[in-house]
Design a protein. Structure first.
Length: 135
């Protein structure tokens, strides 16, 4: 995928979702993405404007997914699963093929959060099977 294609995808997402949430760019490391549910903020590193990548595109999709699919009463593993699955589905819709290594990385992250929730005595946690991403 060319740099121009990546910029176009990033811009399309920004335009499509800017009225549903606050999307801000800050002077952050290139892999520092975040979202804040209650304030409906997505924070992205400023540098992705000049150096977009497939990773930054998927991370951007994932953060949008948090705002659109999560609530503060959900376990973190559920939030991560829902945001990632939304990102995968949206990527298909816009014609972006998410590399398997990204899906595998996020899947591990989801399972790690599930383990942490279990250690904290989470009640009625979803199983790993229920938290398995569907590419």
């Amino acid at each position: 995928m060319t740099k121009s294609d990546l910029k176009n995808y990033h811009n399309r997402l920004y335009v499509e979702y800017r009225n549903q949430m606050h999307i801000v760019f800050e002077d952050l490391p290139e892999d520092d993405f975040g979202s804040y549910l209650e304030s409906r903020y997505v924070v992205l590193p400023e540098c992705i404007k000049k150096k977009p990548s497939e990773w930054s595109l998927f991370a951007f999709l994932h953060e949008i997914g948090h705002i659109l699919t999560n609530n503060t009463n959900q376990y973190r593993c559920v939030q991560e699963y829902l945001a990632t699955q939304w990102a995968i589905n949206k990527a298909k819709e816009i014609g972006f093929n998410v590399p398997n290594e990204y899906i595998n990385s996020y899947q591990k992250y989801i399972y790690d959060w599930r383990k942490l929730c279990a250690k904290r005595k989470g009640i009625r946690l979803p199983t790993e099977i229920e938290l398995t991403l569907q590419p």
